[in-house]
Design a protein around this ligand. Sequence first.
Ligand code: UDX
Ligand code: ADP
Length: 465
Amino acid sequence: MSIKSICCIGAGYVGGPTMAVIAKKCPQIKVTVVDINEKRIAAWNDPDVDNIPVYEPGLGEIVADARDKNLFFSTDVDRAIDEAEMIFISVNTPTKTYGEGKGQAADLKWIELCARQIAKVAKGDKIVVEKSTLPVRTASTLKDILTHTGNGLNFQILSNPEFLAEGTAVEDLLDPDRVLIGGEQSPEGEKAIQALVDIYAQWVSRDKILTTNVWSSELSKLTANAYLAQRVSSINALSELCEHTEADINEVARAIGADSRIGPKFLKASVGFGGSCFQKDILNLVYISRSYGLNEVADYWEQVIIMNDHQKRRFAKKIIRTLYNTVSGKKITFLGWAFKKDTNDTRESAAIYVADHLLNEQSSLSVYDPKVTEEQVFTDLDYLDTRSPEENRKALKVIKDPYKACENSHAVAILTEWDEFKDYDWQRIYDSMLKPAHIFDGRNLLDKEALRKIGFQVHAIGTAD
Ligand code: UDX
Ligand code: ADP
């Protein structure tokens, strides 16, 4: 079966870029991305592609190329569902903030709503593809809802987890390490799997397209993220040891990464991992393990999160300790707010938690990030509900010019590894700061020796400074 029409529910970080690339690579398929958020859809349709809601290098060009040819963004969810032979579900699945599983399990409210809507609207058989990260066995929930509330139609559920990383989403989609497709082990299931394989095969070589049963596919997504996060927590655990032993974490990372079995990637010590996936997926893994009574398995993975929380807290505490045990009334400048470079996404960014800790100590903060808006910074802080919105706006200022942001501050802290920070005129920044001028490099980004020559006191993650 060759698919002619696709609908994607959810025009977010996953749905938007993924569908743009499918549309570009498969000009014969009509791709419609729908969302209930009108503002978001309007932004995807903005004639100026600089205003699309997701910032990803290369994405604007692809959207400009395919939009209104075979790529459409719309709020008419029912119509898009009705027209499509294949429906991707790409809605948010945040960690539950209430009830059973609060703080750990994924909230599947939006997924369920999608399934009910598909069941209500569909007039013909559909292939439904899970794209959002989901707990293992969600496919059976989907199948249940679709078959019991649908009009006696045949729904095939596929799991096709997304492995794109933000900032390199387009690259990852165009040239993925692998594409994973899980489906039912039945003739109809095989047919549905093949239909999706044929789409990806238009630009991905067949040996990189892995097919499995649905449960393996769902679990692989959680596991891949858990493994990656575990590497970051492992190197971060060692970074603390380095700070006490005069070993240098960068040298240790280089030495262990040279072992081809370990490999050099994902060994960068940092102020802590962030992003929408790592924490959520591990919490999910922990929750599922515990629900099967597998407490040792759950504790093992939970430690990755415990270590990450410790790293963020440790960074804030180090700033306070170094500034003579008080930051009250002192101005500290954050360079970076996004959870990593080349994205405007701030979900679970370490910066939020470090800022919260310092604000609790009555520090005054000034924040500069090349891509994150002032509105977003305050949304993140207000969400924590530690202080009133007025208090947050009084204690923290978002400044659009990095040099102005650093003026008269006691310390500069690097929270995101934006390349542009390396090229700043650090002498000028030093001259404008209060002395002694401190730099807390939470990303091991800057040239420590050059900064020390200027006169800075440099404190980097994982070195005994
Ligand atoms: C991740 C996975 O990489 C991707 O495959 C999955 O689909 C979604 O989750 P993403 O969250 O976009 O992607 O970012 P990633 O590049 O993995 O980084 C996650 C966090 O770990 C960032 O805060 C990053 O700064 C941090 N990190 C990463 C480190 O601190 N050190 C490293 O060596 C690597
Ligand atoms: P992700 O990072 O997983 O892509 P986002 O939060 O960026 O998550 O995007 C998810 C999108 O899904 C949001 O824009 C949200 O408005 C949309 N969404 C959630 N539920 C529905 C629904 N029932 N119908 C249409 N869109 C939905």
